[in-house]
Design a protein around this ligand. Sequence first.
Ligand code: PLP
Length: 373
Amino acid sequence: MNLFDVYPLFDIEITKGVGCRTYDSHGIEYLDLYGGHAVISIGHSHPYYVQKLTQQTEKLVFYSNSVINKLQTELAEKLGKISGYEDYSLFLINSGAEANENALKLASFHNGRRKVIAFNKSFHGRTSAAVRVTNNPKIVAPINEGFEVEFFALNDIDGVKKSLAKGDVCAVIIEGIQGVGGIQTPETEFLQELSKACTATETVLILDEVQSGYGRSGKFFAHQHAGIRPDLITVAKGMGNGFPIGGLMISPKFNASHGMLGTTFGGSHLACTAAIAVLDVIKAEHLVENAQKVGDFIIEELKKLPNIKEVRGLGLMIGIEFDYPVKDIRNSLLFDKKIFTGASGTNTIRLLPPLCLSKSDAQYFIDQFKSLL
Ligand code: PLP
């Protein structure tokens, strides 16, 4: 059987990873400024993480959500504490798309409405209910069967308010920082007004922090730069440092009932062990603060370089936009300089490194990048 060919692949096989470095099957070392698409939060093969997962594997790998799993409780407590959402509840799933799918479902259970507001160039995953649109015309699909979706330009508060005032919008879903859409951060005032308007019209505000969360922006969640508290927050990617896990954080205004949401694999013992280890390391090694510090440094240095149209982002979620396609620069970075980066659309390089990136690695990247430009 062949693999279903949906991914354009680099001709590189990664066989090992340590911290911010990966190694291919020929032993060539790469600086990883992509983190497997924002997934590697605490660094590849962190010894504490590896130890915890190994110990758990020796004990019990899986049992379903029909018995007490104290690892889920420990994870919820630690996540609540580190993120400042101790009064919220946690529902565990396996991916970002599932987190958003369950968020939309919960929102419609809550207010009985079916209309969703989303934003141009947003990306919320690839299930039928998770709203999605990207700036790549090849992968724009029919949105979904169950929800009617209205799109607005990011920061168009007047348009959104006018729609919300009709009183029939179930939820507004918005990324903390748009990732696929090109590293666009919603304006602080826009988020504050949006939050107020959602509360006033009993619309559920869903913050998709799948890519921008878990410390990447220099705060635990990107929306915390605006000081708002959404009704639902979705997380995944960096949550398990590569182990598949997603979460839906739920405000106390939602009441749970048995059977309301459910999943077979969500919150498994191994997934929770990985996620707890990630939070322990983020706290012990001050990785949120590091993301802020090293991210500020990279952004400041990039802004001094010539030929760049715009540098955007917060912390270690950085977009570098050019007036022309970045394919050749990315290929040179990867094949000549041995540095992994990502892209948003055709003209923007996207940096999503592990949150433990050191200033000297950041400087190394700047020097190599400068030499290419
Ligand atoms: N939401 C955002 C903001 C994302 O960037 C992604 C994935 O890139 C998703 C949701 C979907 O997550 P997953 O691929 O884990 O389903």
